[in-house]
Design a protein around this ligand. Structure first.
Ligand SMILES: Cc1cc2nc3c(=O)[nH]c(=O)nc-3n(C[C@H](O)[C@H](O)[C@H](O)COP(=O)(O)O)c2cc1C
Length: 347
């Protein structure tokens, strides 16, 4: 029904408008009491789907990737579609508008999206207010820096977000891999990345002591465009900084093997969806093999079917996330993946 009726209508409209319309519709339908209906259609609860990682118990391994609920306005409602976790953000200390519109493009022939949103968000303190209600799902807090903050002051921005969200999220994601904030990806280089992650770990220990609580897991989100030698550096950095894992991957700046044509493919920004699938799986497999699977990996990039999800898990991912596939294939995709994981266990 989604692919035959709803998607063709939605795809007639501007993609960013559709995102807002979908948000309002989900909120409205949940407010008039349809959350239970969504749950009964989309949610699978089964002990065999549960995963324990970095001290957290995930109800199932399928999560919603960052950038969908940037401002933490709909995480509970979105969990009714069957997600085991929802990642909010990327959040920055100050609110910012992001890049001028139009900044989101559908490449239908490729089942892909190009976005250059540029961390549009209402700021971390607004999100903190939204996160004060009860959480029905595990929440990841994806953090970044403001566009106006120079890279040599970036650590301050990440620390502000970390401190603000500490009591309100279950794990953190350090985003240094978005292609849409000028210079951000330079923070993936060995030296600045070690400095950033060490500083966040120190803050983690400090807040733990102060609040007499346990530390929060910290994961690093990386780009799919890193070379093998940069990926080897990432393995070393995870080992040295003792962070809890890696999310592979963010969107790509590559435009290889696309069916769509110019001017669409020439739009600046990060490409997500089906064309990203193989590269992101390659990165997961490389990290898992070269590290002897010494840290957890969340696999994301181009998952549009249960087979794509299983491929990522078999390559070494412990959990997976969706964004573009959720939009192209519809909310039923989460259930399809979880069902397929269970079927594989029974086979
Ligand atoms: C419109 C859009 C906005 C995104 N915003 C963010 C973001 O703010 N932070 C982030 O870490 N990733 C962001 N992403 C990347 C996704 O979280 C994901 O890593 C990427 O899209 C690959 O997964 P997919 O092929 O399933 O979409 C965004 C993706 C899209 C399509």
């Amino acid at each position: 029904m989604y692919r035959l009726i709803i998607r063709p209508i939605l795809f007639l409209l501007d993609p960013e408008k559709v995102h807002h319309i979908s948000f309002s519709s989900i909120k409205f339908l949940s407010q008039i009491g349809l959350s239970g209906l969504f749950k009964s259609i989309f949610l699978i609860e089964d002990k065999r789907l549960e995963r324990e990682l970095f001290g957290l118990k995930f109800k199932n391994p399928v999560g919603l990737a960052a950038g969908f609920d940037k401002n933490a306005v709909l995480y509970n409602e979105l969990s009714n579609f069957g997600f085991g976790f929802v990642e909010i953000g990327t959040l920055t200390p100050k609110p910012q508008d992001g890049n001028p519109k139009k900044r989101l493009f559908r490449l239908k022939a490729d089942k892909a999206i190009i976005n250059r949103m540029g961390f549009n968000n209402n700021g971390v303190f607004d999100a903190v207010e939204k996160l004060k209600k009860e959480h029905k799902v595990l929440i990841g807090g994806n953090i970044g820096k403001n566009k106006i903050t120079p890279n040599n002051e970036a650590i301050k921005d990440y620390l502000i977000c970390f401190d603000a969200l500490f009591d309100h999220v279950d794990y953190f994601v350090v985003n240094v891999s978005s292609p849409n904030t000028p210079g951000l990806r330079e923070l993936q280089d060995k030296e600045p990345l070690m400095a950033l992650l060490n500083e966040l770990q120190l803050e983690n220990s400090k807040l733990c002591k102060q609040k007499e609580t346990i530390r929060k897991p910290i994961l690093l989100k990386i780009a799919p465009d890193l070379t093998e030698s940069q990926l080897l550096d990432i393995i070393e950095i995870v080992d040295k900084t003792k962070i809890d894992g890696v999310i592979a991957t963010n969107t790509t700046i590559s435009r290889d093997n696309l069916k769509s044509h110019a001017p669409l493919v020439k739009e600046a920004g990060g490409l997500s969806g089906a064309p990203l699938k193989n590269r992101s799986t390659e990165v997961i497999r490389f990290l898992a093999q070269k590290s002897n699977k010494s840290f957890p990996i969340i696999g994301v990039g181009g998952i549009h079917s249960a087979e794509d999800a299983i491929e990522k898990l078999e390559a070494g991912a412990d959990l997976i996330q969706l964004w573009t596939g959720f939009v192209y294939e519809g909310p039923g995709l989460v259930k399809k993946i979880n069902k397929s994981i269970l079927e594989k266990l029974n086979a």
